[in-house]
Design a protein around this ligand. Structure first.
Ligand SMILES: CC(=O)SCCNC(=O)CCNC(=O)[C@H](O)C(C)(C)COP(=O)(O)OP(=O)(O)OC[C@H]1O[C@@H](n2cnc3c(N)ncnc32)[C@H](O)[C@@H]1OP(=O)(O)O
Ligand SMILES: CC(=O)C(=O)O
Length: 527
């Protein structure tokens, strides 16, 4: 039986606090999910949420999906209402999707206390709604809400719900851990009991796991190991409360660990791109540490890791990162050894393999500087300048020599605050004095330095300070607090680079980072 990957980013994912997609956002997310190769995209609840109604109307006309089909989500008919008279069910048909997913109560306590109806009427609601939609040529999935909690309370009733839905024509019955409280062993036990009790083939079942015990992905995998062949999840695990099973981790595990080819060929490597693009649309900063898709998912800081990775990257990676579109990165910090420095330098295009002395010196220098508060992890450009300074003939030429700089901040009578900086430098044998104003002391210093250098280095005019981060590092062991500054610079050609400076004085720390930024930028434009 075909394995089904069912995405609910646009319905359950949108139930995440703080997230609100526009219709245009939803269309863009649907395109991305299709590129990732999921089989089903649940677009929302038409009739209940106006935006979702509009989404299905536009998606029909505007989207030409290559892999997925759309599913409209909604509830079974209301208690005591004829199915063809229920406007909510009418709304599901009006969405004109090939698939409809119905949420149905599978826990007797919910039937009695939330629906306030009888066990028999709930079964009739499921039977009538499934049969009605099947008569209208829809493929039906039934999401059995609170199935696992209900099974503990009254397993026979949950089993009757499953049998009723399948007998009425549902294609799959999806077991939902709605409160997200299950553990993998409990999921396995419930599925084993359900299939033994009913004789229902596990291939007819699906799994929908919320992440309240941080086990949603594990619970989904456990369900597949118990025979289930339909999995639900959301991009990056977005969803109500702590979220849903992250579809990227679920699919990564199914394909790469269980050997189930659940996506079309060529789709798995779209994972990182699709994950980050959806985060961008959702306006949520991507989780750096997300399994498989995070920027740090294959980043190695420990020196011992790097020394083994030098022999074979798979000694410290659970899979080849490129299979999900990710990259391995080596981080150089106080935890680096010579192997880390060698691999990181290689990443930057510098070969230290034949220079053991330089390698030891850079490694030692990184450790000393990091102990003083420097951090090279996010400042590749400063690290590269450090490596070059130790390579024979490799030091990046310093574009100027400093005589002095001065910065002043003036609070005027009218309330205006103006910063002004003057730099005195020597550039190619010429003494230059330049002054500039800025909206703050660092901005003024940056401007003054550029003014002073621009005649000799006109390419500087294309550089821009894109980001400036300051962190005060608490003093320890009797030393004072120091300031760490990270500066991100961009040029007109789409390149960006980050440099670092550290000093007890924030202006001096910034100066170091600015000088590295200009030195690095000029060196690369002149290569
Ligand atoms: C587990 C999940 O995440 S399921 C997805 C949940 N998603 C949403 O709720 C988002 C969209 N929801 C909505 O826009 C609204 O809640 C609507 C339009 C569906 C319903 O709104 P209202 O008619 O105002 O009802 P309200 O939300 O207060 O209560 C839900 C009603 O549905 C009934 N209901 C709940 N589950 C089901 C079900 N599976 N089948 C049939 N009826 C159901 C409830 O008993 C309640 O009925 P009542 O109005 O007779 O008390
Ligand atoms: C259907 C669903 O979203 C749930 O039971 O969690």
């Amino acid at each position: 039986m075909t394995f089904q990957v069912y995405d609910t980013t646009l319905r359950d994912g949108a139930q995440r606090e703080g997230l609100s997609y526009s219709v245009v956002d939803k269309l863009a997310v649907a395109r991305l999910l299709d590129e990732f190769g999921v089989g089903f995209i649940e677009g929302g609840w038409p009739g209940a949420v106006p935006k979702d109604t509009e989404f299905f109307r536009r998606a029909r006309k505007e989207l030409d999906l290559r892999h997925a089909v759309f599913a409209a989500f909604g509830a079974t008919r209301r208690a005591g209402v004829a199915v063809d008279a229920d406007p909510q069910v009418r709304g599901l048909l009006d969405a004109e999707t090939p698939v409809v997913t119905l949420v149905a109560k599978a826990d007797l306590r919910h039937v009695e206390r939330a629906l306030r109806t009888t066990p028999a009427e709930n079964l009739a609601m499921i039977r009538d709604t499934v049969a009605h939609l099947v008569r209208h040529d829809r493929r039906i999935f039934v999401d059995g809400e609170h199935f696992f909690d209900g099974h503990r309370h009254d397993p026979a009733y949950g089993a009757a719900v499953v049998e009723t839905a399948l007998a009425a024509g549902a294609e799959r019955f999806v077991l939902c851990d709605t409160n997200g409280g299950m553990l993998p062993s409990q999921v396995t036990a419930v599925i084993t009991d359900l299939t033994a009790r009913t004789g229902v083939a596990p291939e007819l079942l699906g799994m929908h796991a919320q992440n309240d015990t941080a086990c949603a992905v594990a619970n989904t995998i456990a369900a597949v190991e118990a025979g289930v062949r339909h999995v639900q999840g959301t991009a990056n695990g977005y969803g109500e409360r702590p979220g849903n099973a992250d579809i990227f981790a679920v699919v990564g595990n199914l394909q790469l660990k269980l050997g189930l080819p659940v996506l079309p060929a060529g789709c798995l490597e779209q994972m990182v791109r699709v994950s980050h693009a959806i985060a961008e649309i959702a306006n949520i900063v991507p989780d750096t540490h997300q399994a498989y898709a995070g920027a740090a998912a294959f980043a190695h800081k420990a020196g011992l890791h790097a020394s083994a990775i030098k022999v074979d990257p798979l000694l410290y990676n659970h899979v080849d990162p490129s299979v999900v579109g990710n990259d391995m990165r080596i981080l150089v910090t106080e935890m680096a050894g010579r192997a880390s420095v060698e691999l990181k330098s290689r990443e930057l295009g510098l070969d230290l393999a034949g220079h053991p002395e330089a390698l030891s010196k850079v490694t030692g220098r990184v450790k000393e500087l990091e102990a003083d508060g420097w951090s090279f992890e996010a400042a590749d450009a400063s690290f590269e300048l450090l490596v070059r300074s130790e390579l024979p003939g490799g030091a990046a030429p310093r574009p100027f020599a400093l005589e002095s700089y001065r910065v002043q901040v003036e609070h005027r009578e009218d309330g205006a605050v103006v910063s002004e900086a003057t730099v005195k430098i020597r550039v190619r044998g010429e003494r230059v004095i330049a002054t500039a104003e800025g909206n703050g002391p660092i901005n003024a210093l940056d401007e003054a330095l550029r003014v002073g250098l621009s005649r000799h280095y006109p390419e500087l005019l294309g550089f821009e300070l894109a980001d400036y981060k300051v962190r005060i590092l608490e003093g320890s062991h009797g030393t004072g607090a120091v300031t760490r500054v990270l500066v991100e610079t961009v040029d007109g050609a789409g390149n960006d680079w980050t440099t670092v400076g550290v000093h007890p004085n924030v202006v001096e720390a910034s100066w170091h980072a600015l000088v590295d930024a200009l030195t690095y930028g000029l060196a690369r434009t002149r290569v």
